[in-house]
Design a protein around this ligand. Structure first.
Ligand code: FMN
Ligand code: SF4
Length: 437
């Protein structure tokens, strides 16, 4: 397994950078505590990019690459759909989703900031493979260093004189739902980054009504390497079910929190150990981020980083210290997600808000058994009813917290409030400076 970088979430300066053993792929290259890799350095290391085309669809399929933005959807299936529609209806659009609204995640900003040419190569190669003539990189506005690095990289390529499709950088508000694919399309089309009611899916009718491939930044960076080295090379790492490497962000009660490149299929314990181990026996682990799954220590010890085994979301491992309370953390997260919804559908406007209020009462020791029953009932009613998966993700966090921290739930129902968030709560998101206007 490879330890590649340690970086704080959002756009804060790096706390600590280290490299030890193994061979990073996405994070190979110049030291990560220096600036962005330049075009000259990138080409010295990897050579010029191959030209994408239909040939790549089979390579991507054989590689087993899946999306690293949350759902782990097989990449080749989306590519085939967009490419078929592009042949029927005219050029498609590629959008690299580097918005990374998940508060615990730092990997996509890290890639944009340190390896912008890998993202640009991947985006152009993908565009050639799916018949796109418009390439957009979608970044959160507060991610200033990432934006600067991308702008600089686009400028370097323009000055280099190689004829490549124009790359647009589109900014979005830093909101949790801004990275959902239909919200991405809406924003790129000039509107607000709120999900729209689908179908049609963006891959059928997206930017300017054209078939649009919305792909996570990390997925696109893998494409840049697979196109160069092939599917067999990609499968040399990871497992048959989960090939390749992946970027994970470790956060919370851990010695060296940050972004790590790991072989997929690694045991959770080995990844935590590579980050220096936990600072005290964990109360629980949150895998996959705010939409993710809580595991107790026992299940955590048996878990592997394989999407078939545990839902990895966008690759988060959050470690809650034993002085923290999973019920309190989940109440805080669900309240945040309720506030962050786009406020367009009943399950978010009424359901999530009601569940969040009841969870906050539970954490405060002010809820009774009736409230608990209602939390379960409302959760059942919310799932599958939103225009996007936002409410479902929030309910997943909540349900797995109630299950994993069942003993704490009992204590809270008996009138005990959380002792506080403990000395090492999971990092909380900054208050968004924006509202929906
Ligand atoms: C509420 C919500 C927020 C999302 N935020 C992001 C995000 O910040 N970045 C991202 O790449 N995908 C995000 N997604 C997933 C996207 O909808 C989409 O599936 C993804 O960008 C596709 O890329 P991939 O196939 O490479 O994973 C989000 C999904 C939901 C439901
Ligand atoms: S489900 Fe929630 S976040 Fe998704 S579109 Fe509806 S209101 Fe917005």
């Amino acid at each position: 397994m490879t330890v590649s970088a340690v970086l704080t979430p959002l756009d804060a300066p790096p706390l600590h950078v280290e490299r030890a053993g193994g061979a990073p792929r996405l994070l190979a290259g110049p030291r990560l505590d220096s600036g962005a890799e330049t075009l000259v350095e990138h080409r010295q290391r990897l050579g010029r990019r191959p030209i994408g085309g239909e040939w790549l669809l089979d390579v991507i399929e054989r590689s087993g690459l899946r999306g690293h933005g949350g759902a782990w959807f097989p990449t080749h299936r989306k590519w085939r759909g967009v490419s078929r529609l592009a042949l029927e209806r005219g050029p498609s659009v590629v959008v690299v989703n580097a918005s990374e609204g998940e508060p615990l995640s730092a990997k996509d900003k890290l890639l944009a900031e340190k390896r912008p040419h890998l993202l640009i190569d991947g985006a152009l190669i993908a565009a050639e493979a799916v018949g796109a003539d418009d390439v957009v990189i979608y970044v959160s506005r507060p991610a200033r260093r990432a934006t600067r690095a991308l702008r600089q990289a686009v400028g370097e390529r323009r000055r280099d004189g190689v004829k490549e499709p124009r790359i647009r950088i589109v900014h979005t508000q830093h909101r949790y739902v801004a990275g959902e694919s239909s919200a991405v399309v809406r924003r790129v089309n000039g509107g607000q980054a709120k999900p729209s009611f689908s179908p049609p899916h963006p891959s059928e009718r997206g930017v300017l009504g054209r078939p649009t491939l919305v792909q996570n930044a990390e997925t696109i960076a893998h494409v840049a390497l697979i196109a160069r080295h092939g599917d067999a090379w990609f499968r040399e790492r990871g497992t048959a079910a989960a090939p390749g490497t992946g970027l994970v962000t470790l956060a919370g009660n851990i010695a060296r929190p940050g972004v790590y490149e790991v072989d997929l299929g690694s045991s959770l314990l080995s990844v935590v150990a590579a980050a220096g181990g936990v600072l005290s026996a964990p109360a629980g682990l949150l895998i996959g981020g705010y939409f993710g799954t809580w595991l107790g220590s026992e299940r955590g010890a048996a878990a592997t980083l394989c999407p078939e085994h545990v839902s990895l979301g966008c690759g988060i491992i959050g470690v809650l210290g034993n002085d923290g309370c999973g019920v309190g953390e989940s109440a805080r997260i669900v309240s945040y997600l309720a506030r962050e919804s786009a406020g367009q559908c009943g399950p978010c406007v009424f359901g999530l808000r009601a569940v969040a209020e009841a969870m906050s009462r539970l954490a405060a020791g002010d809820a009774d058994r009736g409230d608990l029953t209602r939390i379960h009932r409302w959760s059942d009613q919310i799932v599958g009813r939103g225009a996007c998966n936002h409410p479902d993700g929030a309910v997943n966090n909540l349900r797995t917290a109630l299950d994993t921290f069942a003993a704490d739930v009992e204590r809270h129902v008996s009138g005990h409030a959380c002792a506080g968030l403990g000395a090492t709560p999971l990092p909380a998101p900054p208050r968004s400076p924006f509202g929906w206007r």
